[in-house]
Design a binder for this molecule. Structure first.
Ligand code: PSU
Ligand code: MN
Length: 307
């Protein structure tokens, strides 16, 4: 990776640039989950403990965000806290990343924006909670996350706990297939549904080890497929919320969202916040647990891939 070629508005954390220069495994992490996905102080605690967990595996974490118009690849402890506390951060995807930089904004990067920045720096493996997807009621709203098209064209592997159950999961799977994105169940035949380990849907592909996934990535590189991969990793058993319970909260939140005419970027943060309130914080506990679980799997894949 020639770091000198990166744009002048990119700041790479010292540990990350060392890792890039010396081929030390790295895992990228997104920041919309910090600015829009969780309340303070849980967001800050989650972000720093996920980084610590990755380091424990001998892998360098690189949390990606935009702060005051500068792309940050890897955050200092102070930057992380600043981002977790900021009140009016943007939520940026492919459409608005350049705006945030040119206007000097502070922003959480979605899965799509984090993929773009990871790719630019040569980081291949990325962990998140759940990707964005096709929303319920898409027939009228046309709301399909830009995460799906990004997965179709940007060569980064994303570890997630499936697509969030607030989505129309069957349609999300269909779009991923159209985009040519392999969806790989990690040690599972069932597509994980974020807060629950299983859904009614079969996962298209299955692999049972980080080594298998690393081999798969290497074949993809030789084929020059140049698109993303989704690893669907189920939430740990003890952290699940039974689907009967979570689905009730999702339904209520969805009805309120429609009644309040919430649309666009606000949909996902609104739903996550209402489900958090309705579940009296239980959904957040599960969300944090599944992000940690994804970080561990991403670290293992990264270790294999850079061997
Ligand atoms: N996963 C979580 N919490 C989140 C998100 C994912 O556990 O807040 C964020 C991701 O950044 C994802 C975004 O890219 O939600 C999707 O937003 P939208 O549906 O507007 O594309
Ligand atoms: Mn959307």
């Amino acid at each position: 990776m020639n770091l000198a070629k990166l744009p002048s508005f990119v700041d790479i954390h010292e540990d990350v640039s060392k890792a890039l220069n010396e081929n030390i495994p790295i895992v990228a992490l997104e920041s919309t989950i910090i600015t829009h996905g969780m309340p303070f102080p849980e967001n800050a605690e989650m972000a720093s403990s996920v980084e610590a967990l990755i380091r424990e595996h001998g892998v360098v974490p690189a949390t990606i965000a935009v702060i005051d118009g500068r792309i940050k690849i890897g955050l200092t402890a102070e930057e992380l806290i600043k981002l977790a506390k900021v009140k009016n951060a943007m939520k940026i995807s492919r459409a608005d990343i350049a705006f945030a930089i040119s206007q000097g904004k502070t922003a959480g990067t979605t899965v799509a924006a984090t993929m773009i920045i990871s790719r630019m720096a040569g980081i291949r493996i990325f962990a998140t909670g759940g990707i964005g997807g096709v929303h319920k009621g898409v027939e009228t709203s046309f709301d399909i996350s830009a995460d799906l098209t990004e997965l179709g064209k940007t060569d980064v592997l994303v570890v997630a706990a499936g697509a969030k159950a607030i989505l129309d999961v069957p349609k999300t799977l269909e779009v991923l297939e159209t985009q040519g994105v392999p969806v790989v169940g990690y040690k599972t035949d069932s597509l994980p549904a974020f807060w629950t380990r299983r859904s009614d849907l079969a996962v298209p592909l299955r692999m049972d080890s980080a080594a298998q996934i690393s081999d798969f990535l290497k074949v993809r590189d030789e084929l020059q497929l140049c698109s993303g991969v989704l690893i669907a990793n189920p939430i740990p058993k003890k952290d699940q919320i039974p689907s009967k319970i979570i689905n009730k909260y999702i339904e209520t939140a969805q009805t309120e969202m429609e009644a309040n005419n919430i649309s666009g970027k606000e949909v996902t943060p609104f739903l996550l916040k209402r489900i958090f309130e309705l579940s009296k914080g239980e959904s957040l506990k599960s969300n944090i647990a599944l992000v940690k679980n994804n970080a561990i799997v991403a670290a293992k894949i990264s270790l294999e891939f850079y061997k």
